[in-house]
Design a protein around this ligand. Structure first.
Ligand SMILES: Nc1nc2c(ncn2[C@@H]2O[C@H](COP(=O)(O)OP(=O)(O)OP(=O)(O)O)[C@@H](O)[C@H]2O)c(=O)[nH]1
Ligand SMILES: [Mg+2]
Length: 384
């Protein structure tokens, strides 16, 4: 019995009885640690493999070289958008997988798996840049072969508690505790590289706006709402006007956390944008980059001239595309429930507020003033 399932699906990886695999790499946001999981799954299933890089139109040659180095091998690259190199890749697929093959097309979401199958078969398929457009295995006949579309994530359900952490190799609670904390820290550290450029750019632009009297609005849903709230709280403690608007409704928070209550509500996006002028900054936080009201609020805020900043793990998403500046964490892979991404986003938020404060010369004494009790005489209860 197989143990690997695709995210949000209970279909075992091997249930599709593939005899070969194409691993599609999104060159624009390669997510190498997650690709290793796919490679491990393919190796364990002993499938002949062809790795192909897609979205060549969005990257420079140096980036391709870097991805090759990180994966320890070179492989063909193409752009399904412009058609560059596609016919060579198709020929390579035909050569590698003989007639009668059942070829599973793997890769993180938005890598272009369905786009490749649509291109080969000439079919009209569901393609889009929201993470998770395809949510189940789908088979398509092509040229005497079967192409199997898949979901952009693999999870080995046999690994202990792959909900948030991979506890493989841990037998005691103490070992699990140590591993959990190490993984959290690693998520922050590996974000150093991916986040730095966007962070520094965002910092300058936010600093300018705050100095000119602008305010910050933060937003996020569920777990990212907590990050948004934390940023707003620390802004308050350092004298930066910051308003936090989320979809969390007090007691509904745990449910919103798990199920994304209200994420599709466009009114929330408009409400957020209503608070913003061209002096202000909107920071949208979303681990997936696909949270409805967050990416829509960013889009609307931009039309009002506000500076928009995204904090996300996934660059190649509606949030990543809508924002002026993206601060990209690199904390994956995660289980279905993310932990490391939020930790990395909190660290990024803390760094942002603290550096802004340092740049403005806010002293500890001034900061403490925001924390002291300020009692206001109030009416006696019952007096109307
Ligand atoms: N710029 C660019 N965009 C591309 C290319 N190939 C696909 N896309 C776009 O990337 C997005 C994702 O494409 P899909 O084919 O739906 O990706 P997928 O891997 O099936 O994604 P999921 O079903 O979510 O796992 C769509 O907006 C495509 O139009 C490419 O070569 N270059
Ligand atoms: Mg798809």
């Amino acid at each position: 019995m197989s143990t690997r399932v695709t995210k949000k699906m209970f279909t075992p990886f091997e249930a599709c009885q593939a005899t070969g695999a194409v691993l599609l790499v999104n060159l624009y946001d390669p997510q190498i640690p997650t690709l290793w999981l796919f490679l491990e799954a393919v190796e364990q299933a002993r499938l002949p493999l062809l790795i192909v890089g897609n979205k060549l139109d969005l990257v420079r040659p140096e980036t391709v070289q870097k991805v090759w180095e990180e994966l320890g091998q070179s492989f063909p690259t193409m752009s399904l958008l412009t058609g560059e190199n596609v016919s060579q890749v198709v020929a390579e697929i035909e050569k590698r997988f003989p007639e009668g093959s059942r070829i599973i097309v793997l890769g993180i979401f938005n890598a272009g798996k369905t786009s490749l199958i649509a291109r080969l078969t000439g079919k009209e398929l569901k393609i889009g840049d929201l993470p998770g457009t395809t949510l189940e295995f789908e088979e398509h006949e092509w040229n005497g072969r079967v192409l199997i579309d898949s979901v952009g994530q693999v999870i080995d359900v046999n690994r202990p508690l792959m909900v948030g952490y991979d506890f493989t190799g841990c037998s005691t609670s103490e070992e699990m505790f140590e591993k959990a904390l190490r993984l959290e820290a690693e998520g922050i550290l590996s974000s150093l590289v991916t986040a730095k450029e966007g962070f520094l750019e965002a910092l300058e632009l936010i600093h300018e706006r705050v100095q000119r009297g602008g305010k910050i609005v933060t937003t996020g849903a569920g777990a990212s709402a907590l990050v948004a709230e934390e940023i707003a709280g620390q802004c308050y403690e350092t004298g930066v006007p910051c308003l936090c608007i989320t979809n969390n409704m007090a007691q509904a928070l745990p449910v919103s956390f798990a199920k994304g209550t209200g994420e599709e509500e466009g009114g929330l996006a408009r409400f957020i944008a209503d608070q913003l002028t061209d002096k202000d900054v909107l920071i949208g936080i979303s681990a997936s980059g696909g949270t409805g009201f967050v990416y829509e609020a960013v889009r609307l805020a931009k039309t009002k001239g506000a500076l928009t900043v995204a904090i996300t793990e996934n660059l190649d998403t509606p949030l990543g595309k809508n924002a002026d500046v993206v601060i990209k964490s690199n904390a994956k892979p995660e289980g279905p429930s993310s932990t490391r991404i939020q930790t990395a986003h909190l660290a990024i938020g803390h760094a942002l507020v603290c550096i802004l404060a340092a740049r403005r010369g806010v002293s500890a004494e001034e900061s403490i003033r925001y924390m002291l009790p300020e009692k206001i005489a109030t009416k006696k209860m019952g007096i109307k």
